[in-house]
Write a protein that binds this ligand. Sequence first.
Ligand code: ATP
Length: 221
Amino acid sequence: MAAAVLIQNLQKRYGDVHAVKDISLQVEPGQIFGLLGPNGAGKTTTIRCLCTLTAPDAGKIEVSGISVLNNPRAARRRIGYVAQEVALDKVLTGQELLQLQADLYHIPKPVAKKRINKLLDILQLKEYAHKKTGIYSGGLRRRLDLAAGLLHQPDVLVLDEPTVGLDIESRFVVWELLQKLRDSGTTLLITSHYLEEIDALADQVAIIDKGLIIAEGTPSQ
Ligand code: ATP
């Protein structure tokens, strides 16, 4: 079986800044893989390359065996991306926002309706579905972002700092949801600079610093 994510010798510069010097990693299907590192280590750049949002200078990237660089359209269908900045349009309700996202992925209306209802249920968002997202708390917004990332049923969900800015209670709720997703077969690649987050969630962790992987193993290792 192909790796869920395969990154080999990835490099990316922004002018003088060598954001990613040489990164290789492999995420197995069904794993939560944690990418841990301080601010500016190159985590976001790595996952932006994976999600086709930034072109790397060198290296190979595959999602479920599909080359991200040669076949970005097919790769994008396999990836859900939950960015660091919450990307919600405040005037839409949660339900409307998910419908818009479904339309962007050309998901037929009846299929979208079923999936949206299921996700609202799983992510405990039903009672907020018809409220404008402008009034959502940080934790609710994160959950809606998760729903948006999952709507097209990706093989791999990529989350950049999924709980940054959340209080402890909301953080636990998101952790539980991520564990449930993993248990239902979704592969998760998570960046974080919280040690305890990676410790609680990840099956495998790579520590990244100054554009290089400096250690890799299970959290206990
Ligand atoms: P954080 O935890 O703060 O999000 P990070 O590990 O995700 O950090 P990156 O955002 O990948 O790190 O940044 C790596 C380096 O590349 C940093 O020095 C950053 O300033 C630089 N960088 C990132 N994006 C750009 C850009 N668009 N233009 C120029 N430099 C950039």
